[in-house]
Design a protein around this ligand. Structure first.
Ligand SMILES: Cc1cc2nc3c(=O)[nH]c(=O)nc-3n(C[C@H](O)[C@H](O)[C@H](O)COP(=O)(O)OP(=O)(O)OC[C@H]3O[C@@H](n4cnc5c(N)ncnc54)[C@H](O)[C@@H]3O)c2cc1C
Ligand code: SF4
Length: 476
């Protein structure tokens, strides 16, 4: 029989940690959600129906044992609950903050399906690991034995960091290379502070460093050190370089002054937050138009609001229902004062002496379904309109960039991603593995962690086999 503490969804309503008022949060870059207090976390966890077949777990890319940690939380056994959540995830507090739960675990919660409102899985997950940090439960990494074999990881994003931790725990000597001056990948330089405060990322990378992982920053593999050299230096290599080539805005005037790629805008904003000197202009006092409907577009819109833009407008060529961005983030942007022009596609950027002044857009309607099964947007004849814009941000998605030296010998798919064995994550080169966005294409942090862990498990096997072979030769 299910524990009497559970199944409380019948009498207890879904509740999220307090969300700061839109008027207040528009003025700063701090996270917008507060933290559960203990009693609230226990109450909300007790709403879980402890399904025999947990759909939430099945829809979590990490296969997190959600029902067990919810039950332990409801019983007040916070440390044990955290231990279970930590066993399958290298950064539960980060996933709890930024996973699009409505599309993953919470979206398939059975009580959500029955109309009672999902268990707030992400908020409980964040609470557990924030508690673990606060109470000193998260200990330094201390491998049980040191091993001589060494691993080189290219890319300090979530895929690279998750793999680094898993391999270091096994005692391998791990070096992580990144072309940026800080570790974290898009966790530090893409995702804005109001979704993920940077201290949350920095305490993770600090722990890895203190656990013996070496970080070589400001090092572009392929330029500062060749891929061949890296392979000579390490017995196994993981490529976790992400995808960074921004899709361009191919309209007349698209190259005008004031038209900016999304990631440049977000990196500069994150750098300012981290205390760096940044030369580029902010959105302060400007009419800002962001083109695109995904999560990157939402992040740019909400960053522009916080920088003090005069107006912030999103142009997206399909309707609200077909936006790829998370519902939660779109709603947050609306609350913060962003104006959405759905069914609007940019046609040209107007300029004065080469500097953007407005975006002319076609009004669209949804036509018949295309090959992908989605209704294709088509322009309504004669229904164009102008939106004033002295800053235009292109947030049209990312594809893999040309990997130069790195891709010389590696097999690449027709989408430019790296081809790997889908089970082992090994590339066509023995001992070279790949994980994260560079394998999946632009995706999610939780998938990058999953692939980093899976690749690390196979790299460990590979390194152990090499180690055993070396020991055999030495013994002969
Ligand atoms: C603006 C934005 C917002 C997002 N918001 C969310 C969100 O809310 N939730 C979510 O789940 N996902 C989000 N994502 C997606 C998520 O950030 C990525 O899926 C994830 O970071 C991919 O992890 P990764 O480790 O594969 O690559 P990355 O995080 O991109 O890290 C790759 C690292 O490799 C380094 N690198 C690349 N080439 C080289 C080289 N040649 N030499 C050395 N270093 C190199 C890069 O500098 C980078 O640090 C967002 C993405 C963006 C762009
Ligand atoms: S990792 Fe993401 S999908 Fe999995 S339980 Fe946590 S919030 Fe849900």
């Amino acid at each position: 029989m299910a524990d009497q503490r559970m199944l409380q969804f019948v009498v207890t309503e879904r509740d999220m940690p307090e969300k700061r008022d839109a008027g207040e949060r528009r003025d700063d870059f701090m996270e917008i959600y507060g933290e559960f207090v203990e009693a609230k976390a226990e109450e909300q966890a007790s709403r879980c129906s402890q399904c025999g077949v947990p759909f939430c777990q099945n829809h979590c890319p990490l296969d997190n044992n959600i029902p067990d940690w919810l039950r332990l939380t409801a019983e007040g056994r916070t440390k044990e609950a955290w231990e279970i959540s930590d066993a399958t995830n290298n950064m539960p507090e980060i996933c709890g903050r930024i996973c699009p739960q409505d599309r993953l675990c919470e979206g398939s919660c059975v009580i959500e399906q029955s109309g009672h409102g999902t268990v707030t899985i992400g908020a409980v997950e964040k609470y557990l690991t924030d508690q673990a940090w606060e109470n000193g439960w998260i200990e330094p990494i201390r491998p049980r034995r040191e091993r001589a074999g060494s691993v080189g990881i290219i890319g300090a994003g979530p895929a690279g960091l998750a793999a680094a931790e898993q391999l270091r725990l096994q005692g391998w000597q791990v070096t992580v290379y990144d072309r940026h001056d800080r570790a974290g990948g898009l966790l530090i330089y893409g995702i804005p502070n109001f979704k993920l405060e940077k201290e949350v990322v920095e305490r993770r990378t600090k722990r890895l460093e203190e656990g013996g992982i070496e970080f070589v920053l400001n090092c572009d593999v392929g330029t500062d050190i060749s891929f061949e050299k890296l392979r000579e230096k390490h017995q196994a290599v993981l490529v976790a370089t992400g995808v960074y080539k921004a899709r361009d805005l191919a309209v007349p005037g698209g190259g005008a002054e004031g038209v900016r790629p999304a990631l440049d805008f977000l990196i500069d904003s994150n750098r300012r937050g981290l205390g760096d000197e940044v030369a580029s202009e902010t959105a302060e006092g400007k009419d800002v138009v962001v083109i695109g409907g995904g999560d990157t577009a939402m992040d740019c819109l909400r960053t522009a609001v916080r920088q003090g833009a005069k107006s912030v407008t999103c142009l997206y060529r399909r309707d609200h229902a077909n936006m790829p961005g998370s519902r939660r983030e779109t709603a947050n942007a609306q609350e913060e004062g962003v104006r959405f022009e759905w069914l609007a596609s940019p046609k040209s950027v107007h300029d004065e002496n080469g500097t953007a002044t407005a975006v002319r857009a076609d009004r669209m309607r949804l036509g018949p379904k295309d090959k992908s099964g989605r209704q294709a947007p088509e322009a309504v004849p004669g229904a164009e309109f102008d939106v004033p814009a002295d800053m235009v941000i292109k947030a049209l998605g990312f594809t893999p960039e040309d990997m130069g030296d790195l891709s010389k010998d590696l097999t690449v798919t027709r989408w430019g991603t790296l081809r790997v064995n889908p089970v082992t994550f090994e590339t066509n080169l023995p001992g070279v593995y790949a994980a994260g966005d560079i394998v999946r294409g632009a995706s999610l942090v939780v998938w990058a962690i999953r692939e980093g862990r899976d690749a690390a498990a196979h790299m460990h096997k590979y390194l152990k086999a090499l180690e055993a072979a070396e020991m055999k030769v030495a013994a002969e």
